[in-house]
Design a protein around this ligand. Sequence first.
Ligand SMILES: [Zn+2]
Length: 218
Amino acid sequence: MNIAEKAFKELFPDKIEDRRFSVKYSGKFKSYNANVRYNHREIMFSLSNDLKEVSAEIQIGLIQTLLLKIYKEKKNTLNIELYDRFIKNLPKYTTPSKIDPVLKESFDRLNKQYFHDFMETPTLMWGQEALRKLGHYEYANDTIIISTVLKNELELLDYVMYHEMLHKKLKFSSKNGRNYHHTSEFKKLEKQYEDMDAEKKLTKFLTKKRLRRAFRFF
Ligand SMILES: [Zn+2]
């Protein structure tokens, strides 16, 4: 029995699944990432190479998290808890690999103002020129990624950075195999941001940008 079969049996003792389960490790992923693909014959899990070094219990938790997505079910297991704890603790052990100076200035400003300078600097990098996803915090490698549309918008950048720093601070809470990121505690802290109009300014900026982008095609 491979670990995917084991993960399935322990998660759904009463379910019958005729498809084959397979697990492979791959170097194409960023740290501690994984995905699952399936067809009518097989359910294939691909895990990043560094997960090979992680205990089977944690890998099973990860696979169970992916299984819950496939079957659209909610459940909690000890393995899923172990996996969540593992992901939440990863930032403690990673050293930042890349720190962009403009982002670092923003991070430092906010760290001083809202976090008593206590937050450790994560990896800070610019992402794509995205208008939809302006920022992102990756737990697995302790990285804040900010959309390059904010490159010349320091005021808006600070606001998005603050949001991502809250993700780093609060992690996520798990219930029935689902992770909740924007909890009530998160929203409460987000409201403490100095500029009450920040969200409005951001929306206005994005609307303008989208229009300009749309016109480029005419
Ligand atoms: Zn968020």
